[in-house]
Design a protein around this ligand. Structure first.
Ligand SMILES: [Zn+2]
Ligand SMILES: [Zn+2]
Length: 759
């Protein structure tokens, strides 16, 4: 355990217990030599376990006896390199209350200083270059501590005792604010002194108040920031970030501001204020003072609290705003920008001004995103504050690299009984993201001293992660089916062994029959799976276009339900989409030209969204489904019946959704509200899951159900499903440490590959 104030803590406990010896960080963990009388040693060990500092936890403690050496005192020793063992690299930690107080205290030497930190808080994963975690092996290396900082660093009684990134305005990193024009000239600004921070930040606050878009270099990369209540600024930012309708995250000044923006629960508030400081998705209040274009088409808002001194200072001195848009500094799906030199070439068309600092970001890390389900964390994106904290799997594993999927990629390394899941890497669709993938793999492999013996990969032949495993990794490749990986990930998340019923609902996953799966009912363990049932295939035409154009799914489903009469139905879709295009698609479907069969649940949601006239074309993944979920949000939960559907008793069984589509169309034509139709549709999918699980249980008695796949980010669906399954006495498991979407896929791949290696 490093970087969490553990060594100073050990020192203090040793002083109190009268123990002599030393403590040091090695890459294998913390080593303590304690010399003293038997009772004193016992007291010392008890205190270590019971009085841990807030950020520390002991994963494993090994005690062995040795001959007394006659130590005269207790010291903290310099770190020694110790290759080959397992070490923990801590995630970054939000600014602590003590540091905040100093920053806010006029006259304090760190008053207004945006890089203040101590052993309880500050940058970690983002600045560590190598182990053991010591200042020379971080990006703080170029900053020489001044005498006062050095004294703090060496004083065991000080909060900054061995705080590796310790800094003050005299010796630490500093800010520079530059215009786009200045950066365009190709030269980086001079970073003068940390003492100029206050003046620079006052200027930034003024710019933000006046509606400018500022690119701000933060902890794990750049954010694009603007006043979240300013319509003009939000519209401009959305325009510049291309036409995507994806919601922007917001940083709120404090908890009171969050409560004015969103309906919060105790669990939401605890997460918002936790040292991990994720973005929490919550239900937005109708009167929230947020520009319409910040999160269009959703009933939720993703909000986080400031997590670095720099962020806190952006809200200092009543700047005239209480919430800032803080969206990742990148174009659409490229990785987040982290270096000053990249700011201009990559963000030039996005921001008016650039707030830079001269502490390098070694490792790029995006903000994490979570939801709360039944009072528990339900991750959407596991990144800053979480990564690279190892996930305890409670079982010994081989050393494996799992390469993940294509979208929302994360990679996973396993060692001992831990999974080390990377931060969010992004969509592996371009060279930049693939470079980020390689870079992250290199870091994590070095930090955790992992030498993988195999590379697990998705069966999709065109994924870049698949190609990496097969052509580049040089490791034994082990292919894993996408939905099997989802369920294995949910099992690992919950520490399950043996066999379960797996329900994997998502958009796209390559099937063992070469078709696109996504509405899957499996029985499986880590060793192998059986496909017991799935949504009946519908043909989808137009390749990747079909994913961005829900109207294509709608036409396919309408055809499956109404045959040739489908095209003459009085639906909004046929007014919005040119006849010509529909006729062309119809010909492709009927003649099987460029079609692929899919059982995707995502496409079913797309179809219904388009049939109801909500969304015919999308600008980001999952948009049609998100808007369909939102449409149901006002529906009263009681007495809504599900629509009909039919089982075809083949092996695997197939679920025919045509009767539901027929009923939805009838309701839509009869002007039943979209709210009610959408709510009943959600009930229907939950009912499909319930009936399918009952069928499977009848044949084999399995009673544990794992729910995974991106579709289960839909909390309305998840809620109905969990409730229904529990009503049938199933034991239900959902994710709580890794995301149900493809961000959690690599964990499942690793578990399955481990099983293959053992057999
Ligand atoms: Zn602190
Ligand atoms: Zn200093």
């Amino acid at each position: 355990m490093q970087g969490v104030g553990f060594r100073p803590f050990v020192y203090r406990v040793a002083q109190i217990s009268g123990i002599h010896g030393y403590v040091l960080n090695s890459s294998g963990g913390v080593v303590i030599e304690a010399e003293g009388a038997g009772p004193a040693i016992n007291e010392f060990l008890r205190a270590l376990r019971q009085q841990l500092p807030p950020l520390a936890s002991i994963a494993q403690m090994t005690v062995s006896e040795m001959k007394p050496r006659g130590e005269q005192n207790f010291v903290i020793r310099e770190s020694v390199p110790n290759a080959g063992q397992f070490a923990l690299v801590p995630p970054d930690v939000a600014t602590c209350a003590d540091c905040l107080r100093e920053i806010a205290t006029p006259g304090d030497r760190r008053s207004g200083y945006p890089f203040t930190n101590c052993t309880n808080c500050g940058p970690r994963y983002t600045i560590i270059r190598d182990l053991p975690y010591d200042r020379p092996k971080t990006t703080m290396e170029p900053f020489r501590m001044c005498a006062r900082c050095q004294a703090e660093y060496q004083d065991p009684a000080n909060r900054r005792f061995h705080a590796e990134p310790n800094a003050c305005p005299d010796c630490g990193p500093s800010l520079a604010l530059v215009s786009a024009e200045q950066l365009a000239s190709g030269s980086l600004p001079a970073f003068r002194s940390g003492r100029e921070s206050s003046a620079i930040l006052a200027w930034v606050r003024r710019l933000l108040r006046d509606g400018e878009i500022v690119a701000i270099k933060g902890l794990g990369g750049f954010h694009l920031a603007c006043d979240a209540a300013n319509d003009r600024a939000a519209n401009l930012l959305r325009e510049r970030k291309r036409r995507s309708g994806k919601a922007f995250a917001v940083m709120a000044k404090d908890l009171a501001t969050v409560e004015r923006l969103c309906e919060t629960t105790g669990a939401d508030r605890a997460l918002l204020e936790s040292v991990r400081r994720p973005i929490v998705l919550m239900r937005r209040r109708p009167d929230a003072a947020i520009a319409a274009n910040v999160a269009p088409g959703t009933a939720t808002l993703g909000v986080m609290l400031p997590y670095t001194p720099l962020h806190h200072l952006l809200f200092d001195e009543s700047p005239g705003y209480n919430a800032l848009v803080m969206t990742s500094g990148n174009m659409s799906e490229e990785p987040i920008v982290s270096r000053n030199e990249q700011a201009w070439p990559r963000l030039k068309n996005l921001a008016d001004r650039f707030l830079l600092h001269n502490r390098e970001i070694q490792t790029r890390v995006d903000d994490s995103v979570v939801q709360v389900f039944e009072g528990q964390v339900y991750p959407v994106r596991r990144s800053r504050g979480f990564a690279p904290e190892p996930i305890d799997l409670g079982m010994q594993l081989s050393e494996i690299l799992a390469c993940g999927g294509e979208l929302k990629n994360t990679l996973c390394l396993t060692k001992d009984h831990y999974a080390i899941l990377s931060q969010h890497i992004g969509d592996l669709e371009n060279l930049e993201t693939m470079e980020f993938f390689r870079e992250t793999l290199d870091h994590l492999q070095r930090f955790f001293r992992v030498s993988p013996v195999a590379a697990a990969y998705d069966l999709h032949p065109n994924y870049m992660s698949t190609r990496f495993a097969l052509e580049e990794s040089g490791l034994r490749p082990i292919g894993v089916q996408h939905h099997h990986a989802h369920i294995a990930s949910c099992m690992a998340d919950n520490g399950l062994r043996g066999r379960v019923i797996g329900v994997a609902l998502d958009g796209t996953g390559y099937g063992t029959d070469g078709r696109i799966w996504g509405g899957e009912f499996l029985t499986c363990g880590f060793a192998g799976f059986e496909r017991r049932g799935h949504l009946q295939y519908v043909p989808l035409a137009g390749g990747d276009c079909a994913i961005r154009q829900p109207w294509r799914s709608a036409v396919a489903y309408l055809r499956s339900a109404f045959g040739s009469e489908a095209l003459s139905l009085p639906l909004p879709l046929f007014e919005k989409i040119p006849r010509r295009q529909i006729a062309l698609l119809d010909r492709m479907l009927t003649r099987n030209i460029q079609t692929v069969e899919t059982s995707s649940c995502g496409r079913l949601f797309d179809a219904v969204s388009s049939i109801l006239g909500l969304r015919h074309e999308t600008t980001y993944e999952g948009q049609a489904a998100i808007e369909l979920e939102m449409a149901a949000s006002e529906a009263s939960p009681s007495n809504l019946k599900s629509y009909p559907f039919a089982f075809r008793a083949s092996n695997p069984f197939q679920i025919n959704m045509a009767p539901a589509i027929e009923a939805i169309v009838r309701d839509s034509i009869a002007r039943v509200t979209i709210t009610e139709i959408s709510a009943r549709f959600h009930r229907t999918v939950a009912q499909v899951v319930m009936d399918s699980c009952l069928r499977i249980r009848e044949t084999n008695g399995l009673n544990r159900v794992c729910l995974s796949g991106g579709t289960f980010q839909n909390l309305r669906l998840l809620g109905h499903t969990v409730e229904g399954l529990r009503g049938c006495n199933f034991e239900v498991f959902v994710h709580h440490r890794v995301p149900p979407n493809d961000g959690g896929l690599s964990l499942g791949q690793a578990m399955i590959a481990n099983e293959v290696l053992m057999s």
